[in-house]
Ligand binder design. Structure first.
Ligand code: H79
Length: 688
């Protein structure tokens, strides 16, 4: 009897705990809360605080921003002096709200408190707030009021980490002068809760609570649950990001487990490769390289890049939270204002391709992106064509019957010509009225979009036979599809052989495959080209950096191309050093060309290689130089992205090919990292 009682009370207790966890709420409860957010798609992040006063500079180092207290190791007493200097007399909340509104943004997220602990409102909990400054105006109140006036949603960013509060732990490693004696983290959590209560109750409806700084050891899931339930006990409407909990997978920002709290994922400074159906996320990104104001940072993204980011994010079903770092006078940097205006102009004409849309049905479009909306008659696709626009755009594998297409900005809605080529609809773009940055074509189709992808394959090199085996991957969406292929470079048709089992091919490989439904060709052609050097063994004469060594030397000839993210685990990175690789083709072979991919990301100190040299050898001892390509070191400011180098040399018989790629070694004079070690990032060498 006793045991039974004990057991049942334990079960009751468990039930009770479960009911108490608000994350167990129904999907419809969450949908209701998220509805405005899913329609909004575009918001403004504002990072503002004491750190705007040093404007990123400390003792001659200009690389800091909102982290300056930690990155420049400024003692607390020293940092506190900024309180007496904070007097942003040009601050005008309505101007900020209108700048956001004119840009087409639907919400503003302001830093109520960043990691430095300084509070931008009149807090009952601390004197380390705006009321202690000469400014003495409640910034949260002024911004919230202005937002309400102009129908803008107001949200707070609030840091869990706090470098000022005596009870917050841990201290910074270098902060040896600040005692931890008597510090009580539980008491800090009470302070945090009291402040969260203030900012959620003193300023009317708050739309999002955007936590950050959750990664230190003192914060954990239990504390997150407690804070979450506390907030929900008096507010069920505020959207809470996933950084309230501790399951964020780094800068990719998505929660790594189902139990994690938070309404949405928060990729930071990156856009996921694909969206995830049913998962809400918002990419927060800067316009230059800092969140807080940095006077020296002139590495601004172009307006065109920012608009294409918004379109890219919307096409994957996410939101874009674009940052502005106001100055210590309380104004937006002119470069930010200029960009907001260009975005606003585009949004006025094309906003219906963004607001209230869902992720598009295509995985990859050569000419741009696609969003969609359900209509009473079927589906409306928005085809966002990046400039320069091609004459025609294809919608690979779209099976639905098109109804009508027109240019969104064309008031007369003149119908554009739609044809079918190789089973995919093709739209002829108008020759006038196109946008300099991104033109939107509206396409109405019947029903829900059905897209048949090109067939997918895996391929593997077998050194014993010196051959490649190609296998089809599962995942074809309909049972009535047949795949036909060729290996001689011609386009396959249904007159050719059907792919029914793995095929084995000699290098170099040129394998093409298409899909048919009955007699009708459909979807993209898959084209697999593998060079002579595919799968061949590589020796590196210099070691890549420990952090960026991909899957080792094989990465250079595995046929798997690194993405535009240098940290995707596929690139070999060399810090302040060259790359020297020797590829062994296995036997003497006639060769005449070399290809090589590299990445440029100057903000991350990754530059174009300086020189590329190719030497060949029959015996691996005596090498002859067959190609030298020199770059001008002064022209380091190349656009970011993945670049392909390729060149030819007189045909020669060789077994060994040595490729040397030289690094500029240090960052150039007029670059923020000047004198620091420069990187080169390389992938996929192809020899033919
Ligand atoms: O407020 C802005 C930045 O100040 C703040 N987030 C944006 C919105 C920011 N804090 N830190 N960082 C950005 C970069 C820090 C990354 C790391 Fe980590 C923290 C690396 C390790 C701990 C987060 C948690 C990423 C990986 C684990």
């Amino acid at each position: 009897m006793k045991t039974f009682l004990f057991k049942s009370s334990a079960i009751l207790l468990l039930l009770f705990i479960n009911l108490n966890v608000y994350s167990q709420e129904s999907q419809s409860g969450k949908d209701e809360r998220m509805a405005w957010w899913r329609d909004a798609r575009f918001g403004m992040f504002i990072h503002w605080g004491l750190y705007s006063i040093p404007a990123g500079e400390w003792k001659g180092d200009k690389s800091h921003a909102e982290w300056i207290r930690t990155t420049a190791q400024i003692p607390l007493e020293e940092y506190n002096k900024f309180v007496g200097q904070f007097n942003p007399v040009k601050f005008n909340a309505e101007e900020w709200v209108l700048a956001a509104k004119d840009a087409g943004m639907k919400y503003i997220v302001l830093t109520s408190k960043h990691h430095d602990g300084f509070c931008l409102w009149d807090s009952d909990q601390t004197d380390f707030d705006v009321m202690g400054t000469p400014f003495k105006r409640d910034i949260l109140k002024e911004l919230a009021d202005a937002c309400r006036k102009y129908d803008m949603r107001i949200c707070w960013y609030h840091s869990i980490m706090d470098w000022h509060h005596p009870d917050y732990l841990p201290r910074r490693e270098w902060e040896t002068g600040r005692t931890t004696e008597g510090a009580d983290f539980d008491r800090y959590v009470q302070y945090l809760k009291n402040q969260v209560h203030e900012i959620l109750t003193k300023y009317g409806d708050i739309s999002i609570l955007w936590f950050d700084g959750e990664w230190e050891s003192t914060w954990n899931h239990e504390r997150a649950v407690d804070l979450y339930n506390y907030i929900r006990s008096f507010n069920t409407k505020v959207i809470i990001n996933n950084r309230i909990d501790v399951s964020r997978d780094g800068m990719a920002g998505m929660s790594s487990n189902q139990q994690a709290l938070g309404d949405y994922g928060t990729p930071e400074q990156e856009i996921p490769d694909t969206g995830i159906p049913g998962v809400d996320w918002e990419s927060c990104m800067t316009m230059n390289d800092h969140w807080g104001y940095n006077a020296a940072d002139q590495n601004w993204k172009s307006s065109s890049q920012l608009i294409q980011n918004l379109v890219d994010i919307a096409s994957k079903g996410g939101n874009y939270l674009l940052n502005v770092g106001p100055t210590s006078e309380g104004v937006f940097p002119p470069e930010s204002i200029e960009r907001l205006k260009v975005i606003g102009k585009w949004m006025k004409a094309n906003g219906s391709a963004i607001y209230g849309t869902q992720a598009g049905p295509f995985e990859n479009l050569a000419w741009g992106r696609c969003t969609q909306k359900q209509t009473d008659q079927g589906t409306r696709l928005f085809l966002d064509v990046f400039s320069p626009a091609p004459a025609k755009i294809s919608l690979p594998g779209l099976m639905n019957e098109p109804v009508k297409a027109w240019l969104l900005s064309d008031a007369s809605q003149t119908a554009l010509t739609i044809t079918r080529k190789n089973g995919s609809p093709e739209i002829t773009l108008p020759t006038s009225g196109l946008d300099d940055i991104c033109s939107v074509i509206v396409l109405d189709i019947k029903g829900k979009p059905e897209v048949v992808k090109g067939p997918e394959f895996s391929y593997q090199y077998d050194p014993a036979s010196d051959k490649v085996e190609i296998r089809q991957l599962p995942g074809i969406s309909r049972p009535d599809l047949t795949v036909y292929y060729t290996t001689d470079g011609t386009v396959p048709t249904d007159k050719m052989q059907a792919f029914s089992k793995p095929v084995t091919l000699k290098l170099p490989v040129d394998f093409k495959a298409v899909t048919y439904i009955g007699k009708k060709r459909t979807g993209d052609m898959t084209d697999i080209r593998l060079p002579l050097s595919f799968g061949k063994s590589v020796t590196l004469l210099k070691e890549p950096s420990e952090k960026y060594k991909a899957q080792g030397t094989a990465s250079l000839t595995d046929g798997i191309q690194g993405s535009k993210k240098f940290n995707d685990g596929r690139w070999l990175g060399f810090e302040g050093d060259d790359m020297e690789a020797v590829i062994d083709l296995g036997k003497k072979t006639a060769i005449h060309s070399v290809g090589l991919n590299y990445i440029v990301n100057t903000g991350s100190w990754i530059f174009e290689p300086l020189n590329i040299t190719v030497e060949t050898s029959g015996d691996g001892k005596k090498y002859t130089t067959v190609l030298t390509k020199k770059n001008n070191a002064a022209l380091w400011k190349q656009p970011d992205g993945v670049k392909q180098f390729s060149d030819v040399f007189p045909e020669t018989n060789a077994r060994y090919v040595k490729v040397t790629v030289s690094n500029r070694v240090t960052c150039p004079e007029n670059h923020p990292g000047k004198g620091g070690k420069a990187w080169i990032f390389l992938d996929e060498i192809s020899i033919e």
